[in-house]
Write a protein that binds this ligand. Structure first.
Ligand code: 1YM
Length: 651
């Protein structure tokens, strides 16, 4: 080769080098001009995204089986340091570009760890190709890596451009990679990291990669938080975590998994007593697929089918019953679905919807076989789940009927009043009273005994709904509560409007016995939960019917307490010990004739009303929880202690 030839060859190499240099600089420039194109946003979310990009490379190394520990630190000045104990990034010179592989990874766009083949591929977002983007958007970034188990190598960059080539930084036998970077304040709206945001995302990744130890530490001045995240149970523990504070329907989390070819799927699930729609979290290659996709569709379909098949097989559904719907079966369910696959196809608005149809088949198959087997092997768990789903189905049916009936009767808007209401003539709410009466016969007496000018009667009978244990739609569909809601005119819950109240005295008239106390408490629970301002404004009262009837010849008197009974009977005797006074106990309101009821309990001139107050809302709340909540024992104890005072139930 002549000198000229040599020269020409060298020039050609330099040109190639220059060309690729220019391409790289153009790439960095492009990222800095349009950061949103690469990380979605330059808001605080985009800022945190930088950390996830670097951490994701370390997690990929864990997925490949070489890394067991990842450390994330927030340093002074909101500098981030990420460390892993993986193989280190290859440090040799890359033939094509003439620079180290490390430099290529950190400067060439779309040149992630997917060099050549042989490695697993993880698609989605910038996974594995994000290092150069993070570098371009950082004021400075350093990589330290030990690839050969001997030499620690380092390189520093400023806004994506190398300060110097990869160079040695001492000897070390410990492999791994440390990346430290300071996000560029010229790019981001804020460069202050939020510990909780990072913690949430890192915890999620720790759950998804069972056994991987991830630590997070805040080393900024005045901070000092530190969390170690490592879950041997993986997504099982994730479900437990999501269900914290809820009451599980079955104690163990159900876990099923399977694989086909390069794809694998695992599902963890547990039912709680909650009435909310299912909380189904799905992931593909550790990316949260918030838009769902094939894995979620496969799960939901198979779950619905398996649960219905089980219910039919065990005759928990009658032949005439309709199938349980997906919504019924998902009520109160918490599930985590995690799939890993090669060439994941991400679709949808935010590219978080999994499009691979083979995954649907895989997940469907796992749930069909393994969940069905689980239900067969665990009949008590199966029964608990089925009870929950059948309850949900009934509630939904009731709600549907209620909506239809509302539409039919055109309810609130039309002003049409329920049949159970005997309204008064007066229209000024301030002058009107509504007696809510337990029992049909008492209702009949009240209707006849009342002053119909201003007293309205609403009869209720039978066991009332315990609203604390019911779904909101069930309440609206309830045959006892619905007429009352319409009669009061206010609506319930969010729609409650006290201005529309039709009576300024709502008087609960129930028997002076335990059953009466029960119905009163149930009604108060309803007011407390769904019409609280009624109690707060002092519109709710309890009627006080007499306990005793005393007769001497043609003289009849009543007494409201034991003390009064003794006093009245002494008065009637008029110091004459031989006089016979006939004392009887009123067994119920229904025993009183209309005149007696008016005289003793309804006549505003003579009656006693107890106003239900809310002086201590917290105390009331507690009592309602004890009386109406899930736990049976405290309720029993309370009722046993307080039954005798039931008539004085002042809440
Ligand atoms: C704190 C961030 O990036 N760790 C890391 C990155 C790589 C490897 C190991 C790695 C990957 C492969 C082979 C491969 C990367 N290597 C590359 C590339 N931690 C962090 N740990 N050997 C080592 O994917 O085949 C890109 S990322 F391209 F050089 F292979």
């Amino acid at each position: 080769m002549t000198e000229i030839d040599k020269r020409q060859e060298q020039t050609a190499a330099e040109e190639v080098y220059d060309e690729s240099q220019i391409r790289i600089l153009k790439g960095i420039e492009a990222v800095r001009v349009r950061p949103g194109m690469y990380i979605g946003t330059t808001s605080v979310r985009g800022l945190h995204h930088l950390v996830y990009e670097i951490v994701d490379n370390a997690i990929d190394e864990a997925l490949a089986g070489y890394c067991t520990k990842i450390g994330v630190e927030i340093l002074e000045g909101d500098v981030i340091r990420v460390t892993d104990n993986g193989r280190g990034i290859p440090t040799g010179i890359n033939e094509e570009t003439g620079v180290s592989t490390v430099e290529v990874v950190y400067t060439v766009l779309h040149a992630g760890g997917k060099f050549g083949d042989g490695g697993y591929k993880v698609a989605g977002g910038l996974h594995g190709v994000g290092a150069s983007v993070v570098n371009a958007l950082s004021e400075w970034l350093t990589v330290e890596t030990n690839f050969d188990g001997e030499d620690l190598m380092e390189q520093r960059y400023s806004r994506g451009v190398p300060d110097y080539p990869l160079r040695p930084k001492g000897k070390s036998a410990v492999r791994g990679t440390t990346v430290t970077f300071k996000p560029d304040p010229e790019i981001f709206e804020t460069t202050v990291f939020d510990y909780e945001t990072l913690l949430t995302r890192l915890r999620e990744q720790a759950f998804l990669n069972a056994g991987l130890a991830i630590s997070l530490a805040d080393r900024r001045e005045g901070a000092g938080r530190h969390d170690e995240l490592c879950y041997e149970g993986g997504i099982r523990e994730y479900v437990k975590f999501l269900n914290e504070g809820k009451t599980p329907v079955h104690s163990e989390v159900i876990y099923v998994s399977g694989a086909k070819g390069d794809s694998m799927a695992e599902i963890a699930m547990q039912y709680t007593t909650a009435f909310n729609d299912g909380n189904i979290q799905s992931f593909a290659n550790n990316i949260n697929t918030t838009e769902g996709g094939m894995h979620e569709a496969g799960f939901k379909n198979a779950l619905t089918r398996v649960v219905n098949q089980y219910a039919r097989g065990k005759k928990l559904l009658k032949d005439s019953d309709k199938n349980l719907s997906g919504d019924d079966i998902q009520e109160g369910l918490t599930a985590v679905i995690s799939v890993k696959l090669t060439d994941a196809q991400f679709e949808g608005q935010t590219k978080t919807k999994l499009g691979n149809s083979e995954i649907r088949t895989l997940v469907d198959g796992i749930v069909s076989d393994k969940l069905a087997a689980f239900l067969e092997e665990n009949p008590s768990v199966a029964r608990a789940i089925l009870t929950k789903a059948i309850d949900a189905s009934r509630a939904r049916e009731a709600a549907r009927k209620a909506r239809e009936s509302v539409r039919r009767k055109t309810g609130l808007e039309s002003g049409q009043m329920p049949e159970k209401l005997q309204d008064c003539n007066e229209r000024d709410p301030a002058l009107c009273e509504l007696y809510v009466v337990e029992g049909d016969s008492a209702g009949g007496s009240a209707i006849q005994g009342r002053d119909s000018r201003f007293q309205a009667i609403l009869s209720m009978w039978g066991k009332m709904l315990n609203v604390e244990k019911a779904r909101k739609d069930k309440i609206f569909g309830n045959d006892k509560l619905y007429p009352m809601i319409v009669a009061l005119g206010t609506g319930i819950g969010d729609e409650f409007d006290v201005e529309k109240l039709r009576y300024h005295k709502i008087i609960i008239m129930a028997d002076a016995d335990v059953d009466g106390a029960h119905i009163r408490t149930l009604l108060l629970t309803f007011f407390f939960r769904y019409m609280r301002p009624l109690i707060e404004s002092g519109y709710v009262y309890s009627a006080v019917p007499p306990l005793y009837k005393l007769i001497r010849g043609k003289t009849v008197r009543v007494a409201y307490s034991d003390e009064e009974r003794d006093r009245v009977s002494a008065e009637m005797r008029e110091n004459n010990p031989n006089v016979k006074i006939d004392i009887s106990r009123f067994k119920g309101l229904g025993e009183m004739n209309p005149h007696e009821l008016w005289e003793t309990t309804m006549d505003p001139e003579k009656r006693t009303l107890r106003r239900i107050t809310m002086d201590d809302a917290l105390r009331a709340d507690h009592i309602f929880n004890v009386l109406m909540g899930e736990e049976v024992e405290p309720r029993k104890a309370w009722i046993e202690e307080n039954a005798q005072y039931a008539v004085n139930l002042d809440i």
